[in-house]
Write a new protein. Structure first.
Length: 208
């Protein structure tokens, strides 16, 4: 048989659940400007019923807060991370390809086509007038200019490669640092969740 104060106890569980929901709402409002914060909500369920040994069987005993969950969708999380990865990849490729394109710009620079045409034009002129000293000198100058062009292009491309290697080195160091932080957060999250809790704020730090 239920206690005389059983009805008050049920009402008290309702007040407790409502107070927890208010606290969660306050936490959401306090973190409205916190970068990476995920809105939370209190999940409630009916408390375990009590056996009364009466004809109606059991009697409900109120409400309990089952968990405090984050309001986010894992599907969109995965989509965002995959697309963000692709964006980063193609953004870096575009940056380096733009540098290479500038070195090979045939419209505003005297590039390979111009040097090639000048060299073979001088070569054809020397073929027509092999005894002409000026034609020989012109061919030598154009050959030197073509060689300088390739040397300059080689140096520029080598510099791009060095910059890319340095950026990779810096990125690896950053990745290692982030991996250590994630590993530390995972340990804390696992410890809390092993005791049937939700480490929501730690999960936000890990997501960020």
């Amino acid at each position: 048989m239920a206690s005389t104060f059983f009805g008050l106890t049920i009402a008290y569980t309702g007040l407790q659940a409502a107070q927890t929901s208010i606290n969660v709402t306050s936490h959401n409002l306090a973190n409205i400007n916190t970068k990476g914060y995920t809105r939370e909500s209190a999940s409630t369920k009916a408390a375990d019923a009590l056996r009364t040994y009466a004809r109606y069987g059991t009697l409900g005993s109120g409400v309990v807060v089952d968990a405090i969950n984050q309001t986010r969708d894992s599907y969109y999380d995965e989509k965002y991370r995959n697309n963000n990865t692709n964006y980063g990849q193609y953004n870096v490729k575009n940056s380096y390809m733009s540098q290479i394109e500038n070195y090979l710009n045939e419209f505003t620079l005297k590039g390979y086509s111009t040097e090639y045409e000048n060299f073979f034009s001088a070569l054809n002129q020397l073929d027509r007038t092999p005894a002409d000293t000026s034609a020989k000198n012109q061919l030598i100058n154009n050959a030197k200019s073509l060689t300088d062009y390739f040397n300059t292009l080689s140096t520029n491309l080598r510099n791009v490669q060095v910059d890319a290697n340095n950026e990779i080195k810096d990125a690896v160091q950053q990745i290692n640092s982030l991996a250590q932080n994630i590993s530390s957060l995972n340990k804390q999250i696992n410890q809390i969740q092993a005791n049937y809790g939700n480490a929501n704020d730690l999960k936000d730090q890990r997501n960020a």
